[in-house]
Design a protein around this ligand. Structure first.
Ligand code: ZN
Length: 468
């Protein structure tokens, strides 16, 4: 894992290269003040302040130079990402006492590499950014580590990222932050978490299904639950996926990675909450004892669930986890339950890869999450818990079917299914996220990605962090 701390450091007037941030609209005014030799370099490089473009400017002496990076008009976290990828190794200071602000995050993440599986990883040049906003350094570095953790976990092949490895990641976090980790594994799930067991039992001989729980914080603080779907590989089960649909299914534990990373931010930042993190971790495999279409599972909540499709397994394991999260601890319901899940292809059809679908039973929570995401460049889009569509989840023989009929509104019916397991009076948000970049952008390589993580963290901070 890349150590980001050395890449964003306090400005103590060290010798550094000046880096100009230039927008397209500010380009002409900026160019006008440059000496002729620098204007020539700009012209040769065809630099016009286009976001993502970079140019080297000759300085007064032979070995002296500055640089400019084209950035967006409105500002976003990725403004300096291309510069951090393209500029030579060295130390940089923004021109005219400029502060990197949120773009410091993109600067750091642009230098993250996932090279666990390269036999000869290239030694990477370190581009160091100076900032006088010293108070923000720790938070930015923490955020970069949390995002990189999601990326690395999702990018790790399923063979090396099973339920046991998710458990290991939770236990490492627990040790580092003095939290308690509780594991309910294998046949021990039968008593309390029958749907987690049913989904994971086909793989149990080589990877036991489990519920991973982490508890942290002062019990007198507001109780929040973070839940992540940990399907470490999703073959689809007996309703097997075609190879095209299975190709990326190592990323079906992306929700779990988000929950772990968010729990890490909560703990490392000492947010005054009582944290309960839950990750149901399974592999949805195929064997003689795989659960079947037409089977009826009795959930932790007592609802009987008819299996319409074994590939709609994420909602089953989440349902038992949500039920537990909502069970009152000393008669105190959680103030907030948030789940992250790579749940439906329908959410991607509706919103594409970049926008996690947000579902919630609480309008104030929706507003807070949307505002938080919008303000830090981690957007969400709200979709409705449209109650009449519950009819699509009707079962002829049981309380509910796990697969919506008719093929419409698949992400909504998935969310409506989960809502059945949320205790009344509990504010709940469900993020149906892709956890993946299908194409590389500056600072965001193709592969695993945290989408919705920073929005949720910003909302939690605004709600629970003490002022000042
Ligand atoms: Zn599935």
């Amino acid at each position: 894992m890349t150590d980001f701390a050395p890449l964003l450091i306090a400005d103590r007037r060290q010798l550094a290269t000046i880096l100009y941030k230039v927008t397209k609209s500010g380009f002409d005014a900026w160019l006008k003040d440059l000496p002729q030799r620098a204007r020539t370099a700009v012209s040769v490089a065809r630099f016009k302040g286009e976001p993502g473009s970079v140019v080297i400017l000759p300085g007064d002496k032979v070995d002296e130079w500055n640089a400019a990076a084209g950035v967006s008009e409105e500002g976003n976290p990725w403004d300096l990402a291309a510069a951090a990828q393209k500029l030579p190794e060295g130390m940089y200071r923004l021109a005219a006492q400029g502060e990197p602000g949120e773009a410091a995050l993109g600067w750091l993440l642009a230098q993250h590499r996932f090279d666990t599986y390269r036999s000869a990883p290239k030694p990477e040049a370190a581009r160091i950014l100076l900032t006088t906003d010293i108070a923000s350094i720790d938070e930015t570095v923490r955020l970069a580590h949390a995002v990189a953790m999601v990326r690395d976990m999702v990018d790790t092949p399923s063979a090396d990222m099973g339920p046991a490895e998710l458990q290991g990641a939770a236990q490492a976090l627990a040790t580092a932050n003095r939290a308690t980790c509780r594991i309910t594994r294998g046949d021990a799930l039968l008593a309390g978490f029958p749907m987690i067991h049913a989904v994971g039992r086909a793989a149990a001989r080589h990877r036991e299904p489990r519920l991973i729980e982490l508890e942290w914080g002062d019990p007198s603080h507001p109780r929040i639950a973070l839940i992540g779907k940990g399907v470490c590989f999703d073959s689809g089960g007996l309703d097997i996926k075609p190879s095209s649909g299975m190709l990326l299914m190592k990323k079906d534990m992306g929700g779990a990675a988000h929950a772990l990373a968010l729990a890490r931010l909560v703990m490392e930042s000492h947010l005054p909450v009582r944290l309960h993190m839950l990750v149901p971790a399974v592999e949805n495999a195929i064997s003689a004892d795989a659960f079947r279409p037409g089977d009826i599972l009795k959930s932790r909540k007592g609802l009987h669930v008819e299996i319409g499709n074994t590939d709609a397994e994420g909602r089953l394991i989440l349902a038992d986890a949500i039920t537990l999260a909502c069970e009152s601890e000393k008669a105190k319901l959680p103030e907030l339950v948030i789940d992250f899940a790579t749940l439906t292809g329908a959410a991607r059809v509706a919103l594409g890869p970049d926008l996690p679908a947000l579902f919630t039973n609480d309008d104030a929570l929706a507003d807070a999450l949307l505002a938080a995401g919008g303000s830090i460049g981690d957007p969400l889009w709200r979709l409705p818990l449209w109650a009449p569509y519950s009819d699509m989840l009707k079962s002829d023989v049981a309380d509910v079917n796990n697969a919506g009929s008719g093929g419409f509104a698949g992400s909504i019916t998935a969310a409506l299914f989960l809502e059945r397991f949320v205790a009344s009076g509990v504010a709940w948000a469900h993020l149906d996220t892709f956890a993946w970049n299908p194409a590389a952008k500056a600072g965001r390589p193709k592969g695993g990605e945290a989408l919705g993580l920073r929005a949720a963290w910003t909302m939690l901070k605004r709600r629970f962090a003490p002022p000042g």
